[in-house]
Ligand binder design. Structure first.
Ligand code: F6P
Length: 509
């Protein structure tokens, strides 16, 4: 049943009206067990949800909403390999990429065997590159899911990156980006990875062709050694003259693809063992999502909270604050994951929705954000739930820093909640501002894998409740079509039929 037609939805509306005066400070004062009951341990991740505008009654109603909308059945359909991506008639099986070899029977046994038959050569290839001292620079050319995931992970695990190898990520069709990277490179020392699920994305194809042209202009000849294509259209790589290829499948969505051959830069950076650990961490979270009761299921609790905030308390955005500078690309990664998945205005049947879906995601690492936009989080007119991501143990040995960093994270969560109400005017902080605190013991491939899979599944949960297809992205197509038209008009100068603003801009250019 569509969420807004369920009895639980109506109950939540009534509950939300009653919860108008909800105050975190009162909620803690009235419930000695609040911190505990609104905390959840999941593989590699501890979550404190207690500083959110939610209580046991809200959670119970949200759980009811999950039951009435068939969340568990939809989740199970994904894990059975059913074609839940209906508009593209595809299965959604990024989780299969982290499933241990030989662990499934029935219809999924074959695709799982293919996953491992593809993974092993990819890992072996990465190891040869790691031991090839002549290759010092790896340039990943890809955009969206073919860029953000591997880039975020390589940065996050920078302490494990093999010395002697530098990693560059070129995504933008803006030639300044590729030109800037090429400036410092030598053909004999460079490996280009052309990463594109479709191998048609204009930005990536333009950069790939320019990289090939640069390589040849510099006297490079051995394309097979210096260029790799990673795509579901392996045959199409030949058109670019690239013969070294790694494939994956149409049932891996672009923004869910870092676990596939798209993760090749990660394997070259941290090695096969590290990549296997990343997969293992994600798999542990998959199992938690599949088997933990809904009431103690972290992706479910977080996804339901997202629905509560978006549709009942009408919070329009969520800010992400990784208190770890190596996680600085996490907000960008999560933007694609959530907003491309759930930024939808129709249900799975194509019917317009009468309720909002994806919030706006944004953020920067703490403590930087504190000295920039946290002012608005504390005293602005809008309420923006903040998601902290903190790591207990640092990997550096600089004295004093990490304690200060963590103290700041906790203090911000505390300040947002408690406010400062004994002062008036400019110094008045209303408090009662919600936040979630995610904590990892250490930032390792395993914990990072679990953290990313947690985010994937919480996006699945809200998308499932909303009854939308979280796995297509038709909204990006119109801009691509129009860009082709405008591009042609730039050469011809023809502005016939354009609106006045577009025509004037084109003429100005
Ligand atoms: O245009 C959006 C999109 O299709 C994303 O979904 C995807 O991650 C990105 O472009 C790159 O696509 P590809 O990997 O096919 O080049």
């Amino acid at each position: 049943m569509r969420c807004d037609q369920t009895p639980a939805w109506q109950d939540l509306k009534v509950h939300a009206a009653k919860a108008q005066g909800f105050d975190l400070r009162t909620a803690f004062a009235q419930d000695a067990h609040r911190a505990q009951s609104l905390s959840q341990t999941a593989p590699q991740v501890f979550a404190d949800l207690s500083k959110n505008h939610v209580d046991a009654a809200t959670e119970a109603l949200l759980q009811e909403l999950a039951r009435q909308t068939g969340l568990a059945a939809h989740r199970d359909a994904m894990f059975r390999g059913e074609h839940i991506n209906t508009t593209e008639d595809r299965a959604v099986m990024h989780w299969l990429l982290r499933q241990p070899e030989g662990s499934l029977s029935g219809e999924l046994a074959k695709p799982l065997a293919q996953v491992h038959a593809t993974l092993q050569p990819m890992l072996a290839y990465a190891e040869t590159i790691r031991s090839d001292a002549q290759i010092t620079d790896v340039v990943n050319i890809g955009i969206g899911g073919s860029d953000l995931g591997p880039q975020m992970v390589v940065l996050a695990l920078q302490d494990l990156v093999m010395p002697g190898k530098r990693f560059h990520f070129v995504s933008n069709v803006d030639g300044h980006e590729l030109a800037g990277v090429l400036k410092g490179l030598k053909t004999e020392n460079t490996l280009f990875l052309i990463a594109s699920k479709s191998l048609t994305t204009l930005d990536t194809m333009t950069n790939a062709r320019s990289a090939l042209a640069w390589f040849q202009a510099q006297g490079g000849t051995d394309v097979a050694r210096h260029f790799v294509a990673i795509t579901t259209h392996v045959a199409a790589a030949a058109e670019l003259g690239i013969t070294t290829t790694f494939g994956f499948w149409d049932w891996v969505g672009g923004r869910y693809s870092l676990w596939s051959a798209i993760g090749l830069p990660v394997v070259i950076a941290i090695g096969a063992q590290g990549f296997n650990d990343l997969l293992a961490g994600a798999h542990a979270m998959d199992q938690h999502f599949q088997t933990a009761p809904l009431e103690q299921n972290l992706p479910v609790r977080m996804g339901l909270l997202d629905v509560w905030y978006r549709n009942f308390l009408h919070y329009t955005s969520r800010s992400i604050a990784p208190y770890h500078s190596a996680l600085r690309r996490m907000p960008a990664y999560l933007q694609q994951l959530e907003m491309e998945s759930n930024g939808k205005r129709v249900d799975r049947q194509g019917q317009a929705l009468a309720y909002a879906t994806s919030p706006v995601l944004w953020g920067e690492p703490g403590t930087n954000g504190q000295h920039a936009y946290f002012q608005m989080l504390h005293q602005g007119g809008d309420i923006v739930p903040l998601e902290f991501i903190a790591v207990k143990k640092p990997t550096h040995t600089l004295k004093g820093h990490h304690e200060l960093l963590l103290a700041n994270a906790i203090a911000q969560a505390q300040a947002l909640m408690l406010g400062q109400t004994d002062e008036g005017g400019h110094k008045h902080f209303p408090g009662n501002r919600p936040s979630t605190f995610l904590l990892l013991d250490e930032l390792t491939p395993c914990s990072l894998g679990a953290l990313i899979a947690l985010q994937e599944h919480r996006v699945f949960v809200s998308g499932a409740i909303w009854g939308i297809n979280s796995f297509d992205q038709w909204g990006v197509e119109l801009g691509k079509v129009l860009a082709k038209d405008i591009h042609a008009r730039m050469a011809s100068g023809n502005v016939a039929g354009l609106d006045a603003s577009t025509a004037a801009l084109l003429q100005r250019l």
